[in-house]
Write a protein that binds this ligand. Structure first.
Ligand code: AMP
Length: 445
Protein backbone atom coordinates (compact mmCIF):
# COMPACT_ATOMS: atom_id res chain seq x y z
CA UNK A 1 0.00 0.00 0.00
CA UNK A 2 1.36 3.41 -0.87
CA UNK A 3 1.06 6.47 1.34
CA UNK A 4 0.27 9.95 0.06
CA UNK A 5 2.39 11.63 2.76
CA UNK A 6 5.48 13.52 1.62
CA UNK A 7 8.68 11.54 2.36
CA UNK A 8 10.59 12.86 5.38
CA UNK A 9 14.05 12.31 3.93
CA UNK A 10 15.66 13.41 0.66
CA UNK A 11 16.15 10.43 -1.68
CA UNK A 12 19.65 9.13 -2.30
CA UNK A 13 20.41 8.91 -5.98
CA UNK A 14 22.23 6.57 -8.30
CA UNK A 15 26.00 7.09 -8.36
CA UNK A 16 27.13 9.06 -11.41
CA UNK A 17 27.98 6.87 -14.38
CA UNK A 18 26.17 3.82 -12.95
CA UNK A 19 23.04 2.31 -14.45
CA UNK A 20 20.08 0.47 -12.96
CA UNK A 21 18.92 -2.56 -14.89
CA UNK A 22 15.17 -2.08 -14.82
CA UNK A 23 12.35 -4.51 -15.59
CA UNK A 24 11.78 -2.65 -18.86
CA UNK A 25 15.06 -4.07 -20.19
CA UNK A 26 14.80 -7.41 -18.41
CA UNK A 27 13.67 -9.33 -21.50
CA UNK A 28 16.77 -8.17 -23.39
CA UNK A 29 19.03 -9.21 -20.53
CA UNK A 30 17.42 -12.65 -20.27
CA UNK A 31 17.58 -13.17 -24.01
CA UNK A 32 21.26 -12.19 -24.28
CA UNK A 33 22.19 -14.30 -21.27
CA UNK A 34 20.31 -17.28 -22.67
CA UNK A 35 22.06 -17.00 -26.08
CA UNK A 36 25.48 -16.61 -24.44
CA UNK A 37 24.98 -19.64 -22.20
CA UNK A 38 23.70 -21.70 -25.15
CA UNK A 39 26.69 -20.73 -27.26
CA UNK A 40 29.02 -21.64 -24.38
CA UNK A 41 27.36 -25.03 -24.05
CA UNK A 42 27.56 -25.74 -27.79
CA UNK A 43 31.25 -24.80 -28.00
CA UNK A 44 32.21 -26.54 -24.74
CA UNK A 45 33.03 -23.50 -22.58
CA UNK A 46 32.59 -23.64 -18.81
CA UNK A 47 31.28 -20.83 -16.64
CA UNK A 48 33.67 -18.98 -14.33
CA UNK A 49 32.84 -16.20 -11.87
CA UNK A 50 35.78 -14.43 -10.26
CA UNK A 51 35.48 -11.74 -7.55
CA UNK A 52 34.76 -8.15 -8.49
CA UNK A 53 37.59 -7.08 -6.17
CA UNK A 54 41.16 -8.16 -6.91
CA UNK A 55 44.61 -7.01 -5.81
CA UNK A 56 45.47 -3.74 -7.57
CA UNK A 57 48.82 -5.32 -8.48
CA UNK A 58 47.00 -7.86 -10.67
CA UNK A 59 45.68 -5.21 -13.05
CA UNK A 60 48.88 -3.17 -12.95
CA UNK A 61 50.82 -6.23 -14.03
CA UNK A 62 48.29 -7.74 -16.44
CA UNK A 63 46.58 -4.81 -18.08
CA UNK A 64 49.55 -2.42 -17.76
CA UNK A 65 50.26 0.61 -15.60
CA UNK A 66 50.28 2.97 -18.56
CA UNK A 67 46.88 2.02 -19.95
CA UNK A 68 43.94 4.37 -19.40
CA UNK A 69 41.93 1.55 -17.81
CA UNK A 70 44.53 1.22 -15.02
CA UNK A 71 46.20 4.62 -14.74
CA UNK A 72 43.11 6.81 -15.01
CA UNK A 73 39.93 4.76 -14.70
CA UNK A 74 40.42 2.16 -12.01
CA UNK A 75 38.39 2.25 -8.81
CA UNK A 76 41.20 1.59 -6.32
CA UNK A 77 41.19 1.73 -2.55
CA UNK A 78 43.01 0.51 0.52
CA UNK A 79 40.75 -1.67 2.66
CA UNK A 80 40.51 -1.78 6.46
CA UNK A 81 43.33 -4.34 6.56
CA UNK A 82 45.65 -2.12 4.51
CA UNK A 83 45.40 -4.21 1.31
CA UNK A 84 45.55 -2.33 -1.99
CA UNK A 85 42.49 -3.46 -3.93
CA UNK A 86 40.63 -2.50 -7.10
CA UNK A 87 37.28 -3.14 -8.73
CA UNK A 88 38.08 -5.07 -11.90
CA UNK A 89 38.19 -2.94 -15.06
CA UNK A 90 38.04 -6.12 -17.17
CA UNK A 91 37.73 -9.85 -16.56
CA UNK A 92 40.60 -11.56 -18.37
CA UNK A 93 43.16 -10.77 -15.66
CA UNK A 94 40.94 -12.36 -12.98
CA UNK A 95 40.25 -15.43 -15.13
CA UNK A 96 43.98 -15.93 -15.75
CA UNK A 97 44.77 -15.44 -12.05
CA UNK A 98 42.19 -18.14 -11.23
CA UNK A 99 43.54 -20.43 -13.97
CA UNK A 100 47.02 -20.26 -12.42
CA UNK A 101 45.91 -20.28 -8.77
CA UNK A 102 43.64 -23.33 -9.12
CA UNK A 103 46.12 -25.40 -11.10
CA UNK A 104 44.10 -25.39 -14.33
CA UNK A 105 47.45 -25.59 -16.11
CA UNK A 106 47.48 -29.29 -15.27
CA UNK A 107 44.03 -29.96 -16.77
CA UNK A 108 43.77 -31.20 -20.36
CA UNK A 109 44.38 -28.13 -22.52
CA UNK A 110 42.91 -25.98 -23.87
CA UNK A 111 40.79 -24.84 -20.94
CA UNK A 112 37.74 -22.99 -22.27
CA UNK A 113 36.02 -20.55 -19.91
CA UNK A 114 33.32 -17.92 -20.19
CA UNK A 115 31.86 -15.23 -17.93
CA UNK A 116 28.94 -12.80 -17.81
CA UNK A 117 29.83 -10.16 -15.26
CA UNK A 118 30.04 -6.46 -14.31
CA UNK A 119 33.21 -4.42 -14.89
CA UNK A 120 34.14 -0.98 -13.52
CA UNK A 121 35.90 1.91 -15.18
CA UNK A 122 35.80 5.50 -13.96
CA UNK A 123 35.33 6.88 -17.48
CA UNK A 124 33.72 10.17 -18.43
CA UNK A 125 30.00 9.32 -18.44
CA UNK A 126 28.54 9.64 -21.93
CA UNK A 127 26.12 7.78 -24.18
CA UNK A 128 27.09 4.10 -24.27
CA UNK A 129 29.80 4.53 -21.62
CA UNK A 130 29.11 3.64 -18.01
CA UNK A 131 31.25 3.27 -14.93
CA UNK A 132 29.71 -0.11 -14.18
CA UNK A 133 28.97 -2.09 -17.31
CA UNK A 134 28.50 -5.77 -18.04
CA UNK A 135 30.56 -7.90 -20.34
CA UNK A 136 30.33 -11.46 -21.47
CA UNK A 137 33.57 -12.99 -22.55
CA UNK A 138 35.06 -16.25 -23.78
CA UNK A 139 38.66 -17.30 -23.09
CA UNK A 140 40.67 -20.24 -24.47
CA UNK A 141 43.82 -20.99 -22.46
CA UNK A 142 46.57 -23.40 -23.47
CA UNK A 143 46.33 -23.46 -27.26
CA UNK A 144 48.59 -21.71 -29.72
CA UNK A 145 46.92 -22.76 -32.99
CA UNK A 146 45.50 -19.75 -34.89
CA UNK A 147 42.36 -21.78 -35.60
CA UNK A 148 41.38 -20.82 -32.03
CA UNK A 149 41.64 -17.12 -32.90
CA UNK A 150 39.44 -17.70 -35.94
CA UNK A 151 36.89 -19.64 -33.94
CA UNK A 152 36.72 -16.95 -31.26
CA UNK A 153 36.27 -14.30 -33.93
CA UNK A 154 33.47 -16.32 -35.48
CA UNK A 155 31.82 -16.84 -32.07
CA UNK A 156 31.95 -13.12 -31.29
CA UNK A 157 30.57 -12.28 -34.73
CA UNK A 158 27.80 -14.89 -34.69
CA UNK A 159 26.62 -14.24 -31.14
CA UNK A 160 25.99 -10.63 -32.14
CA UNK A 161 24.31 -11.81 -35.31
CA UNK A 162 22.05 -14.12 -33.28
CA UNK A 163 21.14 -11.05 -31.24
CA UNK A 164 20.04 -9.32 -34.41
CA UNK A 165 23.16 -7.18 -34.95
CA UNK A 166 25.18 -7.08 -38.14
CA UNK A 167 28.65 -5.97 -37.19
CA UNK A 168 31.86 -5.60 -39.12
CA UNK A 169 34.92 -7.55 -38.02
CA UNK A 170 37.96 -5.28 -38.00
CA UNK A 171 41.19 -7.13 -37.59
CA UNK A 172 44.91 -6.58 -37.16
CA UNK A 173 47.99 -8.38 -35.90
CA UNK A 174 50.14 -6.56 -33.39
CA UNK A 175 52.99 -9.09 -33.45
CA UNK A 176 54.77 -10.62 -30.49
CA UNK A 177 57.93 -10.16 -28.44
CA UNK A 178 60.03 -11.18 -31.42
CA UNK A 179 58.80 -8.52 -33.83
CA UNK A 180 56.94 -5.87 -31.88
CA UNK A 181 60.01 -4.10 -30.38
CA UNK A 182 61.32 -3.36 -33.88
CA UNK A 183 57.93 -2.00 -34.93
CA UNK A 184 57.61 0.14 -31.79
CA UNK A 185 61.00 1.68 -32.54
CA UNK A 186 59.92 2.72 -36.04
CA UNK A 187 56.53 3.90 -34.76
CA UNK A 188 58.09 5.99 -31.97
CA UNK A 189 60.41 7.63 -34.45
CA UNK A 190 57.47 8.47 -36.71
CA UNK A 191 55.53 10.11 -33.88
CA UNK A 192 58.64 11.86 -32.54
CA UNK A 193 58.99 13.50 -35.94
CA UNK A 194 55.42 14.83 -35.46
CA UNK A 195 55.65 15.44 -31.72
CA UNK A 196 54.77 19.12 -31.70
CA UNK A 197 51.34 18.41 -33.25
CA UNK A 198 50.36 15.67 -30.79
CA UNK A 199 47.99 16.18 -27.85
CA UNK A 200 49.50 16.39 -24.36
CA UNK A 201 48.42 12.83 -23.51
CA UNK A 202 50.03 11.43 -26.65
CA UNK A 203 53.27 13.30 -25.94
CA UNK A 204 53.40 11.36 -22.66
CA UNK A 205 52.32 8.08 -24.30
CA UNK A 206 55.15 8.49 -26.79
CA UNK A 207 57.61 7.67 -24.04
CA UNK A 208 55.58 5.06 -22.17
CA UNK A 209 53.29 3.32 -24.67
CA UNK A 210 53.64 4.48 -28.30
CA UNK A 211 51.18 1.84 -29.60
CA UNK A 212 48.38 3.72 -27.83
CA UNK A 213 48.93 6.75 -30.05
CA UNK A 214 47.26 4.79 -32.82
CA UNK A 215 43.88 4.78 -31.08
CA UNK A 216 43.90 8.32 -29.63
CA UNK A 217 40.50 9.99 -30.11
CA UNK A 218 41.89 13.53 -30.71
CA UNK A 219 41.35 14.58 -34.33
CA UNK A 220 44.84 15.94 -34.97
CA UNK A 221 46.45 12.81 -33.49
CA UNK A 222 44.18 10.63 -35.64
CA UNK A 223 45.28 12.51 -38.74
CA UNK A 224 48.93 11.90 -37.86
CA UNK A 225 48.20 8.24 -37.04
CA UNK A 226 46.66 7.86 -40.48
CA UNK A 227 50.11 7.73 -42.13
CA UNK A 228 51.91 5.89 -39.34
CA UNK A 229 53.87 2.70 -40.12
CA UNK A 230 51.65 -0.40 -39.83
CA UNK A 231 52.30 -3.43 -37.61
CA UNK A 232 51.51 -5.91 -40.37
CA UNK A 233 54.55 -4.68 -42.34
CA UNK A 234 56.85 -5.58 -39.45
CA UNK A 235 55.55 -9.02 -38.45
CA UNK A 236 58.08 -11.82 -38.01
CA UNK A 237 57.60 -15.04 -40.00
CA UNK A 238 55.67 -16.82 -37.24
CA UNK A 239 53.24 -13.91 -36.65
CA UNK A 240 52.83 -13.44 -40.37
CA UNK A 241 52.03 -17.11 -40.93
CA UNK A 242 49.56 -17.19 -38.03
CA UNK A 243 47.81 -14.02 -39.18
CA UNK A 244 47.47 -15.38 -42.72
CA UNK A 245 46.02 -18.59 -41.29
CA UNK A 246 43.42 -16.66 -39.23
CA UNK A 247 42.33 -14.74 -42.34
CA UNK A 248 42.11 -17.94 -44.38
CA UNK A 249 39.90 -19.55 -41.74
CA UNK A 250 37.66 -16.48 -41.76
CA UNK A 251 37.41 -16.70 -45.56
CA UNK A 252 36.52 -20.36 -45.18
CA UNK A 253 33.68 -19.44 -42.79
CA UNK A 254 32.53 -16.62 -45.09
CA UNK A 255 33.08 -14.04 -42.38
CA UNK A 256 33.79 -10.67 -43.94
CA UNK A 257 36.55 -8.65 -42.29
CA UNK A 258 38.33 -5.38 -42.78
CA UNK A 259 42.03 -5.04 -42.08
CA UNK A 260 42.41 -2.13 -39.72
CA UNK A 261 46.02 -1.30 -38.77
CA UNK A 262 44.77 1.04 -36.02
CA UNK A 263 43.38 -1.78 -33.90
CA UNK A 264 45.91 -2.22 -31.13
CA UNK A 265 43.37 -2.73 -28.28
CA UNK A 266 43.73 -0.62 -25.15
CA UNK A 267 45.32 -3.21 -22.90
CA UNK A 268 48.96 -4.23 -22.76
CA UNK A 269 48.54 -7.98 -22.71
CA UNK A 270 47.57 -8.52 -26.34
CA UNK A 271 49.87 -10.22 -28.85
CA UNK A 272 49.33 -11.25 -32.48
CA UNK A 273 45.65 -11.23 -33.55
CA UNK A 274 43.52 -8.31 -32.34
CA UNK A 275 39.96 -7.65 -33.50
CA UNK A 276 36.92 -5.55 -32.83
CA UNK A 277 33.26 -5.84 -33.80
CA UNK A 278 32.01 -2.46 -34.85
CA UNK A 279 28.78 -0.81 -35.92
CA UNK A 280 28.02 2.68 -37.14
CA UNK A 281 26.36 4.74 -34.41
CA UNK A 282 23.63 7.38 -34.93
CA UNK A 283 26.19 10.06 -35.83
CA UNK A 284 27.87 7.75 -38.32
CA UNK A 285 30.82 7.07 -36.02
CA UNK A 286 32.08 3.55 -35.52
CA UNK A 287 31.23 2.07 -32.14
CA UNK A 288 32.76 -1.12 -30.82
CA UNK A 289 30.38 -3.70 -29.38
CA UNK A 290 33.14 -6.11 -28.54
CA UNK A 291 36.71 -7.03 -29.15
CA UNK A 292 39.35 -9.57 -28.43
CA UNK A 293 42.76 -10.88 -29.18
CA UNK A 294 45.52 -13.30 -28.41
CA UNK A 295 47.44 -12.83 -25.17
CA UNK A 296 50.25 -15.37 -25.25
CA UNK A 297 52.42 -13.61 -22.66
CA UNK A 298 49.83 -13.00 -19.95
CA UNK A 299 49.82 -16.32 -18.06
CA UNK A 300 53.60 -16.23 -17.68
CA UNK A 301 53.51 -12.55 -16.78
CA UNK A 302 51.15 -13.38 -13.92
CA UNK A 303 53.41 -16.09 -12.57
CA UNK A 304 52.22 -19.18 -14.45
CA UNK A 305 53.96 -21.43 -17.00
CA UNK A 306 54.36 -20.14 -20.52
CA UNK A 307 50.80 -20.68 -21.84
CA UNK A 308 49.31 -19.29 -25.04
CA UNK A 309 45.76 -17.91 -24.83
CA UNK A 310 43.13 -15.88 -26.65
CA UNK A 311 39.71 -14.43 -25.88
CA UNK A 312 37.12 -11.76 -26.44
CA UNK A 313 34.60 -9.62 -24.52
CA UNK A 314 31.39 -7.88 -25.60
CA UNK A 315 29.57 -5.05 -23.81
CA UNK A 316 26.00 -5.94 -22.83
CA UNK A 317 24.61 -2.38 -22.39
CA UNK A 318 25.87 -1.36 -25.83
CA UNK A 319 24.40 -4.49 -27.37
CA UNK A 320 21.01 -3.76 -25.79
CA UNK A 321 21.11 -0.17 -26.95
CA UNK A 322 21.86 -1.32 -30.52
CA UNK A 323 19.13 -3.97 -30.36
CA UNK A 324 16.64 -1.30 -29.34
CA UNK A 325 17.91 1.13 -31.97
CA UNK A 326 17.41 -1.55 -34.65
CA UNK A 327 14.05 -2.56 -33.13
CA UNK A 328 15.16 -6.18 -32.80
CA UNK A 329 12.13 -8.27 -31.91
CA UNK A 330 12.65 -10.75 -29.13
CA UNK A 331 11.10 -14.21 -29.41
CA UNK A 332 7.55 -14.37 -28.01
CA UNK A 333 7.58 -13.65 -24.32
CA UNK A 334 7.04 -16.43 -21.83
CA UNK A 335 3.41 -17.69 -21.78
CA UNK A 336 2.18 -19.44 -18.66
CA UNK A 337 0.19 -22.65 -19.18
CA UNK A 338 -2.25 -21.79 -16.41
CA UNK A 339 -3.58 -18.75 -14.61
CA UNK A 340 -5.28 -19.40 -11.29
CA UNK A 341 -8.15 -17.06 -10.49
CA UNK A 342 -9.70 -17.38 -7.03
CA UNK A 343 -12.70 -15.90 -5.22
CA UNK A 344 -13.19 -15.99 -1.45
CA UNK A 345 -11.01 -16.96 1.52
CA UNK A 346 -11.34 -20.74 1.15
CA UNK A 347 -10.61 -20.66 -2.56
CA UNK A 348 -7.57 -18.49 -1.98
CA UNK A 349 -6.18 -21.00 0.55
CA UNK A 350 -6.84 -23.93 -1.74
CA UNK A 351 -5.32 -22.24 -4.76
CA UNK A 352 -2.02 -21.74 -2.91
CA UNK A 353 -1.73 -25.51 -2.65
CA UNK A 354 -3.07 -26.09 -6.19
CA UNK A 355 -0.41 -23.82 -7.62
CA UNK A 356 2.32 -25.94 -6.07
CA UNK A 357 0.71 -29.18 -7.33
CA UNK A 358 0.54 -27.83 -10.86
CA UNK A 359 4.16 -26.71 -10.74
CA UNK A 360 5.23 -30.12 -9.45
CA UNK A 361 3.45 -31.61 -12.44
CA UNK A 362 5.72 -29.56 -14.71
CA UNK A 363 3.22 -26.85 -15.61
CA UNK A 364 3.97 -23.14 -15.57
CA UNK A 365 1.51 -21.23 -13.45
CA UNK A 366 0.70 -17.55 -13.08
CA UNK A 367 -1.50 -15.86 -10.48
CA UNK A 368 -2.22 -12.60 -8.71
CA UNK A 369 -3.14 -14.07 -5.36
CA UNK A 370 -3.69 -10.71 -3.66
CA UNK A 371 -6.41 -9.71 -6.15
CA UNK A 372 -10.08 -10.36 -5.46
CA UNK A 373 -12.44 -9.61 -8.39
CA UNK A 374 -12.89 -12.33 -11.05
CA UNK A 375 -13.12 -9.90 -13.97
CA UNK A 376 -9.92 -8.26 -12.89
CA UNK A 377 -8.10 -11.58 -12.60
CA UNK A 378 -9.29 -12.81 -15.99
CA UNK A 379 -8.08 -9.59 -17.58
CA UNK A 380 -4.66 -10.19 -16.02
CA UNK A 381 -4.70 -13.79 -17.30
CA UNK A 382 -5.39 -12.41 -20.76
CA UNK A 383 -2.61 -9.85 -20.49
CA UNK A 384 -0.11 -12.56 -19.59
CA UNK A 385 -1.36 -14.66 -22.50
CA UNK A 386 -2.06 -17.69 -20.26
CA UNK A 387 -3.38 -20.66 -22.25
CA UNK A 388 -5.95 -21.70 -19.61
CA UNK A 389 -7.45 -20.06 -16.55
CA UNK A 390 -8.58 -22.17 -13.60
CA UNK A 391 -11.37 -20.54 -11.65
CA UNK A 392 -11.94 -21.53 -8.07
CA UNK A 393 -14.86 -19.90 -6.18
CA UNK A 394 -17.09 -20.69 -3.17
CA UNK A 395 -19.44 -22.89 -5.23
CA UNK A 396 -16.59 -24.99 -6.67
CA UNK A 397 -15.11 -25.49 -3.19
CA UNK A 398 -18.45 -26.88 -1.96
CA UNK A 399 -18.93 -29.08 -5.07
CA UNK A 400 -15.32 -30.34 -5.19
CA UNK A 401 -14.94 -28.98 -8.74
CA UNK A 402 -13.03 -26.31 -10.61
CA UNK A 403 -13.75 -24.30 -13.76
CA UNK A 404 -11.34 -24.52 -16.65
CA UNK A 405 -11.50 -21.69 -19.17
CA UNK A 406 -9.82 -21.82 -22.54
CA UNK A 407 -8.37 -18.31 -22.77
CA UNK A 408 -8.26 -18.41 -26.55
CA UNK A 409 -11.98 -18.97 -27.17
CA UNK A 410 -13.49 -18.27 -23.71
CA UNK A 411 -15.15 -21.72 -23.49
CA UNK A 412 -15.56 -22.85 -19.86
CA UNK A 413 -16.10 -26.33 -18.46
CA UNK A 414 -16.56 -27.69 -14.95
CA UNK A 415 -14.09 -30.43 -14.00
CA UNK A 416 -13.70 -32.69 -10.97
CA UNK A 417 -11.10 -30.92 -8.80
CA UNK A 418 -9.14 -34.14 -8.24
CA UNK A 419 -8.70 -34.67 -11.99
CA UNK A 420 -7.59 -31.15 -12.88
CA UNK A 421 -3.85 -31.83 -13.23
CA UNK A 422 -4.43 -34.77 -15.61
CA UNK A 423 -7.03 -32.78 -17.55
CA UNK A 424 -4.63 -29.92 -18.17
CA UNK A 425 -1.78 -32.22 -19.11
CA UNK A 426 -4.12 -33.89 -21.60
CA UNK A 427 -5.21 -30.57 -23.07
CA UNK A 428 -1.64 -29.31 -23.37
CA UNK A 429 -0.57 -32.69 -24.74
CA UNK A 430 2.16 -32.99 -22.14
CA UNK A 431 3.75 -36.31 -21.29
CA UNK A 432 5.64 -36.18 -18.06
CA UNK A 433 8.88 -37.98 -18.74
CA UNK A 434 10.96 -37.74 -15.67
CA UNK A 435 10.89 -36.18 -12.22
CA UNK A 436 13.89 -34.03 -11.49
CA UNK A 437 15.12 -32.03 -8.53
CA UNK A 438 12.84 -29.47 -6.85
CA UNK A 439 9.82 -31.56 -7.74
CA UNK A 440 9.64 -30.12 -11.24
CA UNK A 441 9.17 -32.35 -14.18
CA UNK A 442 10.82 -32.37 -17.53
CA UNK A 443 8.13 -32.61 -20.10
CA UNK A 444 7.63 -33.50 -23.69
CA UNK A 445 5.08 -31.86 -25.88
P1 AMP B 1 37.27 -3.55 -23.92
O1 AMP B 1 37.45 -4.41 -22.70
O2 AMP B 1 37.67 -2.12 -23.68
O3 AMP B 1 37.84 -4.13 -25.15
O4 AMP B 1 35.71 -3.47 -24.18
C1 AMP B 1 34.96 -4.51 -24.76
C2 AMP B 1 33.54 -4.03 -24.94
O5 AMP B 1 32.99 -3.67 -23.67
C3 AMP B 1 33.44 -2.75 -25.76
O6 AMP B 1 33.42 -3.05 -27.11
C4 AMP B 1 32.12 -2.17 -25.27
O7 AMP B 1 31.03 -2.82 -25.90
C5 AMP B 1 32.11 -2.56 -23.82
N1 AMP B 1 32.56 -1.43 -22.97
C6 AMP B 1 33.83 -1.04 -22.69
N2 AMP B 1 33.84 0.02 -21.88
C7 AMP B 1 32.55 0.32 -21.61
C8 AMP B 1 31.88 1.31 -20.82
N3 AMP B 1 32.56 2.20 -20.10
N4 AMP B 1 30.52 1.31 -20.80
C9 AMP B 1 29.81 0.41 -21.50
N5 AMP B 1 30.38 -0.55 -22.25
C10 AMP B 1 31.73 -0.61 -22.32
Amino acid sequence: MSSTKKPKKAPIQLVKGMKDILPLEADFWSFIKERVFLMARDYGFQYIDTPIVEATALFKRAVGEETDAVSKEMYSFVDQGGDKLSLRPENTAGVVRAYIEHGMLSLPQPVKLFYFAPQFRHEKPQAGRYRQFWQFGFEVLGETDPVVDAQLISMSYFILKELGLNTEVQINSIGDDACRPKYIKVLSQYFKDNKKDLCADCQKRLVKNPLRLLDCKVKKCQEIAQNAPQTVDYLCDVCNKDFTAVLEYLDEMDIKYVLNPKIVRGLDYYTKTAWELVELDEEGKLQALGGGGRYDALVENLGGRNTPAAGFACGVERIISKMREHKVELPAAFRPDIYIAQLGTEARKKSLRLMQELREAGLSVAEDISKTGLKNQLELADKRKAKYALILGQKEIVDGTILIRDMENGVQETVDYKKIVKEIQKRLNIHVVEKVLRGHSIRNK
